[in-house]
Write a protein that binds this ligand. Sequence first.
Ligand SMILES: [Zn+2]
Length: 267
Amino acid sequence: MPKSINTNYGKLTWEQVRDADKDRVVILNVSATEDHGPHMPLDTDTVLGMAVANGVAAAIPDEVLVMPPIAYGFNEHHKDFPGVIWIQPETLIAFITDVTKSLAHHGFRRILLLNSHGSNHPVLDLAARKTVIETEIICVSASYWNLCSERINAIRQSDIGGIAHACEFEAAMYAHLEPEHVDLSKAATQNLHDDKSQFFNLDLTTGGGKAMLMRWWSAVSPDGTMGDPVVANPETGREFLAAAIEETTALVREIRALPILSRIDHH
Ligand SMILES: [Zn+2]
């Protein structure tokens, strides 16, 4: 076996799992397989989520383990676009908590559910809460753009509404990571943000809306895009990704430092 610290859970032997530091934070990326406009592939959320997870692992290899991703998510509202694979939220919560309960069974006590697909956010929140109730280990959920939103807004070129889906943010990072899989000549701006609305905002990094309506995707976007991929470029993609990795690394360090608390039954 190589001497460098192995951060890839799937490459561990069972003996290495037995002997592993159980306070390493286990990162499980949950993403989606779905339309990302005419300019990006179905696997966008998985590529970006795993780039963040593996970037954290490269930064602090002895403090994390990275699970194989769950590459399917809650996105039935996208199914008018060919290629979408959707999982019912009840199924996804059950699947994720089976994974987290398996990890708890093996002694791990700090898990980060790292979300890279918008509509998974409430699903992962519930899965993390269920994990805590059923195992008493620490299980945190986070959508990676929320961890770095201020830094993203300092880098972005698009207006509000420009960062949502297959947008400036996602297209720039994918173009930085795998330029051969992004064709920005096919990208079109689909900024659907209504400046007059007091309550609705689907822009990922400007705070989100105070109220939420998720319509059928085909009813609001003609080509699957929501945002402004036209201004995306690999250089800002590199900066976006670096910000996401640094802020997620900071979160992992906080999770590592959290005390393990015991419940008290006051009956
Ligand atoms: Zn996406």
